[in-house]
Write a protein that binds this ligand. Sequence first.
Ligand code: 5GP
Ligand code: MG
Length: 185
Amino acid sequence: MDHDVERILFNEAEIRSGTDRVAAEVTAAYAGRPFTVVSVLKGSCIFASDLIRRIPIPLELAFVSASSYGDGTQSGRLALNFFPAESEIAGRNLLLVDDILDTGKTLSRLVGEMHKRGAAEVRSCVFLDKPARRAVPFRADFRVFEVDDLFVVGYGLDFAGHYRNLPYVGALKRECYERPRSAAR
Ligand code: 5GP
Ligand code: MG
């Protein structure tokens, strides 16, 4: 996998210190208030698990998977699956944790869905933020790093299902994502 990476953007030490910084911000924001970290699957599983272990106050953990179906545009519907249960959303203070904030469509719609299900408060925390790509107005409450408009993999982020297990974040070589779909599998 390493040889498919053009360059490393954030190495393990940088990720660790960035995550420490944001974990301290989250800890200060929720001190004395119960909250639930909602990890958006699959991409945020690595970031969320590193993040929560650096937050030394009580929290609960939940997961949601969000996939757009239909044409994938903003008007397309979002299929949500909750774990453990949709009933754990109502009345809670939620911190949605995602791998990367790109166009903003996923998170802005997820925030809306959580409010619809009766969440008391919904905030968001992203590992990466690509502000240049925003298509809908959305600002994450917490973010670790800002990145330029390029396709990145690793630390949870995939291309065609692969590279999530790279311990760093890197930019993929052009030939890896421009190669025909069948050859990428
Ligand atoms: P948004 O709705 O903000 O456009 O979408 C965010 C989702 O798009 C992320 O959760 C991720 O799945 C995908 N995504 C956006 N940019 C990248 C990227 O540079 N690399 C990877 N691997 N996924 C990305
Ligand atoms: Mg994703």
